[in-house]
Design a protein around this ligand. Structure first.
Ligand code: ZN
Length: 359
């Protein structure tokens, strides 16, 4: 099929599928006194009471009608509600989903308007003292985004249809649900964007598979996207997990999803959490990147961070700083990687520390 036909088809698909195009990390992150997220302890008590009150947030920059939170909620008897400054007596209960183990998201709707957000948690019959974590609090206006405008890809290197991806933990392994709607095709990526999940840093393959299933639910039902936004997830052990199918349009970078493979790292790679990418994780990213370079002729310079395209801290300072090293790694053939002194040392440490990272 000729290029113009592919472009026209993609453009039509994009017009028909606006909801799939909305970016990860959309909306405005809400901060309380310049702090992102929140963590608080809840003590055991019978009967209903307020266990957390955020006070008013820093004022969000734009009008909003939706609040969306995600974190860890060990005890389901703790529930969240939200209010907006200007209407302080009106508390909206947040509804969502809590997974076994406590990973949860919750959402509430307001009339569209401006104003600071205030969050409150109430407990009713909390049995044991525990800690609640909010990884992310966002507000946004739930309106369809403008469709992506098709772009002409830059020149690419040679493509190798026989290039094989690294060992992947596929969708069946994390019990993926099907997309809620067919995802438009995006057959010839020319760029790769790195994200962090701003969520749980997983410590085993089982946790990573659970986290992938959580993020799919958060994206499909919290954000109303067709599927998990990203094409791949890479955990701290170096496991690579399949997200939405490669060669379908991603939903991870607002306005620039076309031709863009989204890769997410589980964890929070910025202050105050400051998760650091592990050698096993960087090695897996390098292997995945080399596959994309080989398979599609992606230029290593086209490996970027989410923040290169929009107003977000994603993928966090600590992951963003690794991009120059990753660009060099994906440009090298695997044999050269194995003999590079720093990677060699890292790989040795990784294999010793983490058997599951060995490939
Ligand atoms: Zn991102």
């Amino acid at each position: 099929m000729s290029r113009p036909l592919v472009r026209a088809e993609l453009f039509l698909a994009a017009l028909l599928a606006a909801p799939a195009l909305r970016a990860g990390d959309l909306g405005s992150e809400v901060r309380f006194g310049s702090r992102r997220g929140a963590q608080f302890r809840v003590s055991a008590a019978s009967g209903p009471r307020i266990v957390y009150d955020s006070g008013p947030s820093d004022p969000p920059e734009e009008d909003w009608d939706t609040v969306l939170i995600q974190g860890e909620l060990p005890d389901p008897s703790v529930r969240f509600s939200a209010a907006r400054s200007g209407a302080p007596g009106v508390w909206v209960e947040l509804e969502g989903k809590r997974f076994p183990g406590g990973r949860f998201w919750a959402k509430g709707r307001f009339p569209r308007g401006s104003g600071a957000l205030r969050l409150r948690a109430t407990g009713d019959g909390v049995k044991a003292e525990h800690e609640v974590t909010l990884y992310g609090v966002e507000v946004f206006a739930d309106v369809p985004d403008a469709p992506t405008v098709p772009e002409n890809p830059p020149p690419r290197g040679p493509m190798d249809p026989d290039a094989r991806p690294p060992l992947l933990h596929g969708r069946a392994e994390w019990k993926a649900l099907p997309p809620t709607s067919p995802i438009p095709p995006d057959p010839l990526p020319w760029r790769v964007t790195l994200h962090h999940s701003d969520g749980r840093r997983t410590a085993s393959l089982a946790e990573s598979l659970e986290e992938t299933r959580f993020i799919q639910d958060f994206h499909q039902n919290g954000r109303k996207w067709y599927d998990i936004a990203y094409h791949y997830a890479v955990d701290s052990l170096g496991n690579v997990i399949e997200g939405r199918p490669l060669e379908t349009l991603g939903a991870h970078t607002l306005g620039v999803n076309e031709g863009n493979v989204g890769i997410v790292l589980f964890g929070r790679y910025h202050a105050p959490t400051n998760d650091a990418a592990t050698p096993a994780q960087l090695a897996a990213l390098g292997e995945l990147g080399r596959f994309l370079v080989r398979r599609f002729g992606v230029e290593p310079v086209s490996l970027k961070g989410h923040r290169d395209y929009g107003t977000t801290d994603c993928p966090g300072d600590l992951a963003y700083l690794k991009l120059p090293e990753l660009r060099r790694a994906v440009a090298l053939p695997p044999t050269a990687i194995m003999t590079a002194p720093d990677w060699d040392a890292q790989n040795a440490r990784t294999s010793a520390a983490s058997p599951s990272a060995a490939r």
